[in-house]
Design a protein around this ligand. Structure first.
Ligand SMILES: *Cc1c(COP(=O)(O)O)cnc(C)c1O
Length: 426
């Protein structure tokens, strides 16, 4: 069977495939640069595993309290080495990125302290952690106040505003690397370094934490290499490589990681407890695969940006700008566009390809949301996934793809659905 026949057998028509291949042809150089970053980061991970003498004994399961879980301890050493931290907490008991951020913040802040975000409002799920929206158990309830300095209209840091916001009580500064679902640009690691240097010039003892979600392995450097004290993320995003079925991590300064561990388990227990329940092999292997998985997801994001930009839609980031996370937004301007796109992503999935996603009223959202995900790990967004609220400007956010070929098929399928619905002409 020829390649085009293979695509046709999956439902991709000739005009769609030809349009896609024409776009792909233009991206060769960028894809090569992405492969080089993956190669570099692959070496970084292998070197860390070798230095920590990873061995098959580390894949054994522990249960119960999990005292002396060798695999867990060595996994944390590998994360610390690869991300250039003194120490790490990498656990299945950390249930999500939000949970990891919660323990990093609440473990390191005390009543009377102030938390500062100098990059605008943090990711939505932190509203209740911080107490931006009142919630039981928020930092606000424990007497931790919050201050925020927005980015300037051109997306740059408001250095004077930040200087004015730092005070006697400022204890921790939280910097979100990825734009998440905001419209600001994602920060590069160098930009984060510049911001941290400024914050520390005003108040050297401030703890600088970076929400690293979706950023891992996109660049050669990670934020700990430019002065961050802690980086925090989810294992069902980039660093789990698609294999971790759950988990979160914190890497950084030993005292910061330890305080987070006391919050995760209990004062006095810290990192000493927490059985790995047989998940260590998936964590090691997923971390090993992560640089190439991230490369595939990045190629997919750039491919989609270029396809939909060529068709006249607004895309963020645009087709040519440099990338600092794996998220792509496309604004279709109509509900039908968002729905057709998500149906295409779903139809291309290895799991649940036969279901049709529909918009629904999700708790916590003010408009119906449509989500497409045919994932091996539920909710995993390093796997190809898309979602969009059905409200103006009718934008869809998508990310992931465990392989470039799957990401490519998903995007071609989205185009196929838009074309069949008469939303685009080719
Ligand atoms: C995903 C994400 C989070 C929260 O992670 P969950 O695993 O969904 O709880 C926090 N910050 C950013 C930037 C994210 O992308």
């Amino acid at each position: 069977m020829e390649m085009n026949e293979m695509y046709e057998s999956l439902g991709i028509g000739k005009p769609v495939l030809e349009f896609g291949l024409k776009i792909e042809e233009r991206l060769k150089e960028r894809f090569q640069a992405i492969d080089e970053t993956a190669e570099y980061n692959q070496m970084k991970v292998i070197r860390a595993m070798q230095q920590c003498r990873v061995s098959d004994i580390h894949f054994a399961a522990t249960t119960g309290y999990g005292y002396n879980d060798l695999g867990r301890d060595v996994l944390e050493e590998v994360y610390a080495k690869a991300f250039c931290g003194e120490d790490a907490l990498v656990r299945p008991q950390v249930m999500s990125g939000t949970h990891a951020l919660h323990i990093a913040l609440s473990g390191n802040l005390r009543p009377g302290d102030e938390l500062l975000s100098p990059v605008g409002k943090p990711y939505d799920t932190l509203d209740e952690v911080i107490g931006i929206r009142d919630a039981a158990g928020s930092l606000k309830e424990y007497g931790v106040t919050y201050r925020q300095v927005d980015l300037l209209p051109d997306g740059s840091f408001d250095f004077e505003g930040i200087r004015a916001a730092i005070n006697d009580r400022t204890k921790l500064v939280t910097i979100q690397r990825s734009k998440g679902y905001a419209t600001r640009p994602t920060l590069s690691v160098d930009q984060i370094g510049e911001l941290i240097a400024f914050v520390k010039s005003v108040k050297p003892e401030v703890i600088c934490m970076v929400d690293n979600c979706y950023g891992e392995f996109v660049e050669r450097k990670e934020p700990l290499e430019v002065g961050a004290d802690m980086i925090v993320g989810s294992l069902i995003k980039n660093p789990g490589g698609g294999l971790a079925p759950i988990g979160g991590y914190i890497v950084g300064r030993k005292d910061c990681v330890e305080r987070a561990a006391y919050r995760l388990s209990a004062p006095g227990l810290g990192k000493e407890v927490g059985a790995s329940l047989g998940l260590n092999q998936s964590f090691f292997q997923g971390f090993f695969l992560s640089p190439t998985v991230v490369a595939g997801a990045l190629k997919g994001a750039i491919f989609a940006a270029n396809i939909y930009e060529a068709l006249g839609f607004d895309v963020v980031p645009n087709g040519s700008e440099s990338r600092h996370d794996i998220i792509q937004a496309v604004t279709f301007g109509t509900p039908e566009g968002v729905i057709a796109f998500c149906k295409g992503i779903q139809a291309a999935a290895p799991v649940d390809s036969f279901v049709t996603p529909e918009p629904w009223d999700m708790p916590g959202y003010d408009a119906p949301v449509i989500m497409a995900a045919g994932a091996f790990v539920q909710g995993s967004s390093i796997e190809l996934s898309a979602d969009g609220p059905i409200k103006p400007p009718y934008a869809v956010y998508f990310q992931g793809g465990l392989t470039w070929y799957h990401a490519k098929l998903g995007i071609l399928m989205s185009l196929q659905k838009l074309w069949e619905a008469g939303i685009v002409s080719l």
